[in-house]
Design a protein around this ligand. Sequence first.
Ligand SMILES: Cc1ncc(COP(=O)(O)O)c(C=O)c1O
Length: 414
Amino acid sequence: MSISLTIPKTLDLTAIRREFPILNREVKGKPLIYLDNAATSQKPRQVIDALVHYYSYLNANIHRGIHSLAEESTAAFELSRDAVQTFIGARFREEIIFTRGTTESINLVAYTWGRKNIKAGDEIIISTMEHHSNIVPWQILCEEKNAVLKVIPVNDAGELIMDEYEKMLSPRTRMVSIVHVSNALGTVNPVKKIIELAHAAGALVMVDGAQSAVHLDIDVQDLDCDFFGFSAHKLYGPTGVGVLYGRKEILESMPPFQGGGEMIKEVHFEKTTFNELPYKFEAGTPNIGDVIAFRSALEFIQSTGKELIRRHEQDLLEYAQQQLEKVPGLTIVGKAKEKVSVVSFILAGAHPQDIGILLDNRGIAVRTGHHCAQPLMDRFCIPGTARASFAMYNTRQEIDELVKGLLRVVKILA
Ligand SMILES: Cc1ncc(COP(=O)(O)O)c(C=O)c1O
């Protein structure tokens, strides 16, 4: 008997949309069209169920208790660490540190590795297209240590100018902290090449994976990065959970981030010794329920199929870019060759905020403003953009509605 395995070529969007209860609601009397996924994605039923299950059956503080609930919740929490390890291809489970989000992951590195290793005259490289959370922690560190912050410029298409980056690297470069995918433009940066060049110069690399983890396959060993940070809430998971991946030997050499329970081995007034990895960096009671529910989000992505999701999102990106050209006066900001499903645009005669309000009246949620990337907006000499960002549950019909909404905006404002 032969068994035929049929692998679907496209996503079953009706089935997928059924899994996201929020997509059934209306906004201003219209069906919700949620195109703000780069800010945060919606949550599938199994993530919501995991949270309800945790608080209904498992709730207990982890690692310290010997009673059954404590043991069960500890086991579930640690299973999430294993799931993250697999998801990003880390060599060791103790290289996975749970944080509150990408912001905290980057701050952790800047505060601990940075304060120990950066000295006056050292150089840290970031880029023009960084989110504020990958600018400000390094600015604070550079100010404190009298170090120098260097910035890779961006071309008109919204791509890093790699020649300039190469010229910037020197024996004084200690850290390159770079965004994998721009939240404001959708540009996918050549991080593997960036890491190779940084390592050749003797520098470490922190990758801000807030936007890439949901769209791209992440393999931290293949990338060869030293640190990689991302947030669960942009991966169909709960808010308040992030991950810092760090190379084990580097994490071991770093001082702790926060002091408190869990991160210690022994505390005496004369001397305190610190816990081993990963607990050394997880002071206090973590966000247990949300970390546990994050595993359900990763399972949901895996069972849906990351490659199918990626193909669908690329189709939406191409369709959106084509259709938006039909709107008079609309200019897409960011036309990199390598992009994920994020489209930023401006409309002649219309302030991005007004575009956002008028679209919201039609139930369409887009993000407007500087997208926490003000230096990038300065680079393009604009105060901000309107941004539509697509997830696995979005459809071409929703893009048609966006275009109709924008044509109406043109009639009213332009
Ligand atoms: C590229 C990038 N980096 C960092 C962050 C910060 O993530 P969080 O607010 O989840 O800490 C974001 C959030 O939008 C982002 O898009």
